[in-house]
Write a protein that binds this ligand. Structure first.
Ligand SMILES: *Cc1c(COP(=O)(O)O)cnc(C)c1O
Length: 550
């Protein structure tokens, strides 16, 4: 608890007066908190750069700083506590906004987000109901309308009619792609197993009664083997079980194999197993690939099932007129997930799902007496979450401040950079590009030229042995690079066609930070090549092998 007094020799005490102060009196500009605020608003990048220590500490040693489970009996002065946070937490955070942090979908934020977030937190509006949000509710509905339009491109009349209609929703704003996917599949489930005759619907009577009534032998979700794990969580929560997410194999471009998808649908039809949804992925998490959405939509139509597109990461590509055709067919989806906290440069906690049909979400409508009254415009009647912050304001502001052409530039640049990176990987004889970028994500590994040549002519058993060694090498380089603290590339394990679909360890790069330059990319690759040389002492066998081959 705070006292504005800065000298910490005295001990703070919890009194009514001190409590009153923390709600009414701001920290002095020369207090630690005041200085931090100043520094952050003048030079955020500098502040983060100075305070996040590049050196990698063992997690087990950091855990010791967070070991006490007792809630403090003695209050702390704000300034003392700020020192504590800077040292123990900020210093050991990950520098996600660094231009050489190119390993994940979480990236740098534009500058204006910081003061706007402060405003949002200060206002503390609760979007669950109008009574605690007022103008934030129409704002959120507008944002959903804008994102709906981005996907479905309906005309003004459509949006005038539906955007603010109490009984309809063009989408649901939520904390992220996971909740958006759960919401979409929840809607799909409830529409499939809706009330019918004496049966009051799955929402009311549950899955057991629903399957009994409709006489189905089961319920499944179909997605490519590159589908996001949130779909399994959804299946679990919706009561159909994780095994009911059926993974359809992919083609050589890491897209769902549509012929196999259709075959599966036919097979399920014969077994009287209902398809809860076919899910297309627009930007897979591991390879950034986009399924052939139009073809999938036609298969969904043929089998009269819900078609959902998980565009959590790739959805923002629709803002680029140059590249939006990569997602052709997305407008045929019944529902689409988009994360604003990925390629739209909004801080975490901003996901959404849009519905083609404004009446679709009525299948999950929920009312309560003291809030969410029937006919009210309370957003909480169509969301999984209850209390929710005004994050939509940050999406709203970003769409206005950056504008569509601004986003287009950002997206086009990221894709160009990914292509450049793929090109320098291709040109370097000791690197092997594993998946080409379709959007701004690619995978590759270090693989010395001689070893690459050897892999092409050896038998399968030898290939396996070499690939296992290469996995160790990839892991070594990735860890060591992270520990060096200058740059960060992530790693994942994916099936690689040319190695008999063996799950192979690869580097994964996501290019999103507009401040990442070609020079930085060159350096990152160079550092990896140097680390590979260093690994000779760790992996003598691999290098013996390659030297024997010279
Ligand atoms: C990130 C992602 C998700 C999950 O989104 P969260 O915001 O992390 O909950 C789902 N699907 C895909 C394809 C993603 O990239």
């Amino acid at each position: 608890m705070s006292m504005t007094a800065n000298k910490s020799a005295a001990k703070a005490t919890a009194t009514e007066e001190s409590l009153h102060r923390i709600f009414t009196i701001p920290e002095a500009p020369d207090s630690t908190l005041g200085l931090i605020e100043q520094e952050m608003s003048q030079n955020l990048a500098g502040f983060l750069g100075d305070h996040i220590v590049a050196k990698d500490h063992l997690l087990t040693s950091i855990e010791k700083d967070f070991a006490c489970s007792a809630i403090p009996e003695d209050p702390a002065y704000v300034s003392d506590h700020m020192h504590h946070l800077l040292e123990k937490l900020v210093a050991q955070s990950v520098h996600t906004s660094s231009p050489s942090f190119i390993g994940h979908m979480t990236s740098a934020l534009p500058y204006f987000i910081l003061p706007l977030s402060k405003l949002m937190v200060g206002l503390n509006q609760n979007l669950v109901k109008i009574e605690t949000s007022k103008a934030f509710t129409p704002l959120e509905r507008q944002v959903l309308g804008m994102m709906h339009r981005l996907v479905y491109q309906e005309d003004d009349t459509f949006y005038q009619r539906w955007m603010h209609s109490a009984k309809h929703s063009l989408g649901a704003f939520c904390s992220g792609g996971t909740v958006a996917n759960i919401t979409a599949l929840w809607v799909a489930r409830n529409n499939l197993l809706k009330a019918d005759g004496n049966f009051k619907g799955v929402a009311q009577q549950g899955l057991f009664a629903a399957l009994n009534h409709y006489q189905y032998n089961g319920l499944v979700i179909l997605v490519s083997s590159r589908g996001h794990y949130s779909l399994k969580k959804s299946a679990d929560i919706l009561g159909i079980g994780r095994d009911s997410v059926i993974a359809i194999p992919t083609d050589e471009h890491n897209r769902i194999d549509c012929a196999k998808l259709r075959e599966k649908c036919l097979e399920l039809q014969q077994q009287n197993i209902a398809i809860l949804s076919i899910v297309g992925v627009a930007g897979t998490t591991e390879t950034g690939s986009v399924d052939l959405l139009e073809k999938m939509a036609h298969i969904a139509q043929e089998f009269s099932c819900h078609f959902h597109v998980d565009a959590a990461w790739g959805g923002a590509t629709l803002l680029s007129n140059k590249h939006r055709s990569i997602l052709k067919g997305v407008e045929l989806a019944d529902s689409v997930t988009i994360d604003a906290h990925k390629q739209m440069y909004v801080p975490m906690g901003a996901g959404l799902v849009v519905f083609k049909n404004p009446s679709l979400a009525s299948s999950i409508e929920h009312h309560a007496e003291y809030i969410l009254r029937k006919g009210s415009k309370d957003l909480g009647s169509h969301t999984l979450e209850g209390s929710r912050p005004g994050m939509a304001m940050l999406v709203y502001a970003s769409l206005h401040i950056i504008s569509r052409p601004g986003y287009e530039l950002l997206i086009n640049q990221s894709i160009d950079k990914a292509n450049y990176y793929a090109q320098i990987i291709d040109q370097h004889e000791d690197f092997e590009l594993i998946t080409k970028p379709e959007l701004c994500l690619l995978t590759y590994r270090y693989n010395p030229k001689q070893v690459q040549d050897y892999l092409e002519r050896c038998n399968e058993k030898e290939q396996l042995a070499v690939n296992q060694l290469l996995d160790q090498l990839t892991k070594f380089i990735q860890k060591r690079q992270r520990e060096n603290g200058k740059s960060f590339v992530s790693r994942t394990r994916i099936e690689v066609g040319k190695y008999q679909n063996r799950k192979t360890l690869v580097f994964r790069v996501v290019l999103a930070n507009p401040l990442t330059t070609k020079a930085i990319l060159n350096d990152i690759l160079q550092e990896q090549a140097e680390l590979a040389q260093e690994s000779i002492s760790f992996l003598p066998k691999l290098f013996e092998k390659s030297s024997q081959l010279i």
